[in-house]
Design a protein around this ligand. Sequence first.
Ligand code: HEC
Length: 105
Amino acid sequence: MMKKLMIAASALMVFGAVNVQANEGENTYKAACFACHGTGAAGAPKLGDKAAWKPRIAQGLATLDEHALKGYKGKTGFMPAKGGRADLSDAAVKAGVQYMVDQSK
Ligand code: HEC
């Protein structure tokens, strides 16, 4: 009985952590990425624009994370490091990348 309860509790904790991460990505996006990626300003690939994201996603998440963290000059414009938000943690930026990728494929 006790053991079952503990398993249920730890399953809830894992589930909670996943939810927090998804929310963190959305929060990062809204706070720091939306200005460009919500509108396509400055040549940014728009959230949900599958055609624009497909070749980018094909590079792999590690490359996308690196470009988002360190900044990236590509064919369509300039992505500032962390979207210009140096105060964001690497984890928050990566969660933002994951959120945009999930919404755009
Ligand atoms: C000032 C505008 C601006 C902001 C703010 C911004 N981006 Fe970008 N981002 C761009 C532009 C422009 C590109 C396209 C660069 C290119 O490919 O020429 C881009 C591209 C990207 C790419 C694709 C990189 C690749 O290799 O194709 C990722 C991932 C990304 N941004 C993540 C983010 C995240 C995460 C945030 C928020 C923390 C963010 N961006 C905020 C302008 C911005």
